[in-house]
Design a protein. Structure first.
Length: 304
């Protein structure tokens, strides 16, 4: 089923217009500024679209794109702006790295090291509990999985300290008023997905953090995107997908399967939208949802 997204992904990573220009970077054509990740409207969407292709097994094109010269170009651009794509895009870069064969990872290594260093510094930044790109929990989950797989104990321990220090003494949280008009991540469910990987008693922590979870899961329905052509409204389709993903991550500790199924059906129905507003990024969240639980306990599958 994930293979159905390949044509969309291939088209999008080659599409340089429209392109979201970061104001901290020089005004140049997208393919000159971002020598690998120039498609998909914005840098992070291009990165996680490459991850989607790698996850599906389409490594041929990625091998052709990730060359020493192209990595050098990306690195030169990222060095122009310290905060560029911190944390979301750089966490996805690490996630892409985890999916690549070793010879491609070796080429990507300069960019990966920069991402690791900046995310390590980010673990000391103020926590963000929004439903948008700067949310702490989701990027921390992505980076933690990479750090554990890569054996980067420094980054893993920094993220674990951040998580325990912020949410270890769980306060009661409700999902009822989470969904903002442009959210694509659930703060509560993403936090739960992170914390069950970190705390010693996931079930007990979850009971304290989301004490009314069972009732809420039965009541909360998928959100409806009022305008598939609007980039902000399309975040709501992503919210359905990420809710389903996060609910599946905690299903061992709570009866979340019905909630996950409802939200997955709604999100997947929108994930092949013909409108670029959604198609440039929704396939990644669909692939993540459809493949995540097949990943081995220690991290992502490695391709030979």
């Amino acid at each position: 089923m994930p293979a159905r997204y390949v044509p969309i992904l291939l088209e999008n990573i080659a599409r340089t217009e429209p392109h979201h220009a970061d104001r901290r970077l020089p005004e140049r054509p997208a393919e000159q500024l971002h020598t690998i990740f120039h498609g998909c409207f914005d840098w992070h969407s291009a990165v996680h679209s490459h991850w989607s292709l790698a996850r599906i097994g389409r490594l041929d094109l990625i091998r052709d794109r990730i060359t020493p010269q192209a990595v050098e170009g990306e690195l030169a651009t990222l060095e122009l702006a310290d905060g560029f794509e911190v944390p979301y895009g750089l966490a996805w870069l690490l996630t892409l790295d985890a999916e690549l064969p070793d010879e491609v990872r070796d080429v990507l290594a300069p960019l990966t090291r920069l991402a690791q260093q900046r995310l390590l510094e980010w673990t000391s930044a103020p926590v963000d509990e929004s439903g948008l790109h700067r949310q702490t929990a989701f990027s921390a989950w992505l980076a933690l999985r990479w750090a554990r797989l890569d054996g980067d104990h420094e980054l893993a321990e920094a993220i674990e300290r951040l998580a325990i220090g912020t949410w270890g003494s769980a306060r009661a949280h409700t999902l009822a008023d989470e969904s903002g008009p442009t959210d694509f991540l659930s703060p509560g469910l993403c936090t739960a997905a992170l914390m069950v990987e970190v705390v010693e008693d996931p079930a007990g922590w979850l009971d304290r953090f989301l004490p009314t979870l069972e009732e809420e899961l039965g009541r909360i329905q998928p959100v409806v995107n009022p305008d598939p052509t609007d980039g902000h409204a399309t975040h709501l389709d992503g919210l359905n997908l990420s809710r389903a993903w996060a609910a599946n991550r905690i299903v061992r500790y709570a009866a979340t399967s019905g909630f996950a199924t409802r939200h997955a059906e709604a999100g997947l129905a929108a994930s092949t939208s013909t409108h670029f507003a959604g198609s440039h990024w929704l396939p990644t969240f669909a692939v993540m949802l459809l493949t995540d639980l097949a990943m081995p306990p220690g991290g992502y599958a490695r391709h030979p």
